[in-house]
Ligand binder design. Sequence first.
Ligand code: BES
Ligand code: MN
Ligand code: MN
Length: 460
Amino acid sequence: MDKLQIKTYLESNKDRFLDELFGLIRLSSVSADEKFKEDIIRAANYIVEKLKEAGADHAEICETAGHPIVFGEKITDPSKPTVLVYGHYDVQPADPYDLWETPPFEPVIRNGKIYARGSCDDKGQMYMHIKAMEVMNHLGDMPCNIKFIIEGEEEVGSNNLEIFINENKEKLKTDVILISDTTLIDNDTPSLTVGLRGLSYVEVEVTGPSRDLHSGVYGGAVDNPVNVLCKMIDALKDKNNRITIPGFYDRVIELSEEDRKALNEAPFDLDEYKKDLGIRSVAGEKGYTTLERVGIRPSLDINGIWGGYTGAGAKTVLPSKAYAKISMRLVPNQNNKEITEMFTKYFKSIAPDSVEVKVTPHHGGQPALTPTDSIAYLAASMAFEESWGKKPIPTRDGGSIPIVALFKDALGADTVLMGFGLDSDAIHSPNEHYGLFNFYKGIETIPLFHKYFSELHNSV
Ligand code: BES
Ligand code: MN
Ligand code: MN
């Protein structure tokens, strides 16, 4: 199998590949909201069918307490190495709908990009692997056995997948895990992700008086929980944007000057970054660059805040309660359960006597690092070099894929993060998109990974 053969088959089937992806994207498989349950089921069934059409000997729906997991495999020879492909068919909610230029679940091509919810995260990226299997199957060259595990709850914390992998270790046994759910530096600068941040996510509730009060009758005399919550949130960072929670940085691994230098050598255009985001200046922890702030430093953000009156016009009210959803992105070697405990303890300790504070943890995940000295990394690097004509640069991404750390613990296997998205693809935002170039380049690169992985695996 060589690049030319792959490209030839791809060229004569590219429209069909895209049509099939569109069929998947049209299913509004939002995992966070039960009202999309029917499309969740349809999406899972669609993938089972497409796996079979692409040559899998077996594909099935695995029921869980939540949304179903799709498992499929093509075992051509037990003596070959096995690649386990992980992806997710669930997507983030498309809200706010009015900010989409075209409806989120009606994919269209504009400027060479597929616009739709899930086009990049992760339907477009996951589907490349199913088509890559079809390509290899058609060429009669399957260098590795392939297993697929495609879940429907990644965007809501992968809780049932964790149970599933622990109960099905033999079924999922593999030599490596391959995931396309991350980003490239840019289309001229291929990269392989070697680090992901973890996540600790909490919801806080601050309660003041036992009922909403008249803001004239009581204002100035009774603590307002919205004001209090704002002060408490402000106290979570100091003037240098360092997080003030005691012990928060204790386990953070500081990179050597040499490693920091290497990280900052990756091409990055700050002006382009600001322009894309519509901001005049960036901000973050003092003493670190933007690449470092998202790659190797933890962060804390308010994801939502509410309380009191937010309807039309004005209502003079001193609310009884205030709420916020707060996420913390973690870096190796921080532990998300420990951080959630530290947050809870500290947040309660800074509350004035006038309010009650409740902290409820949501889903989270551990940070992950993947090795750069493994044959799997080398195989991915060689695959990129062949299809892009350039050696990929190792990078650290700011997002989280909690299952990476769990796979390592449960299956003892390392992951290769071979993502083809771009930071500017607007994942989780209105007008999410994925380049046709990226979709097709991914389908071209993946079979080459299988080829090199098997060659390297058999030579050691
Ligand atoms: N694919 C993303 C994660 C990602 C995006 C990694 C870009 C690297 C670069 C994934 O679908 C995602 O959104 N994960 C969640 C995890 C959470 C729901 C536990 C995240 O990062 O918020
Ligand atoms: Mn994803
Ligand atoms: Mn996502």
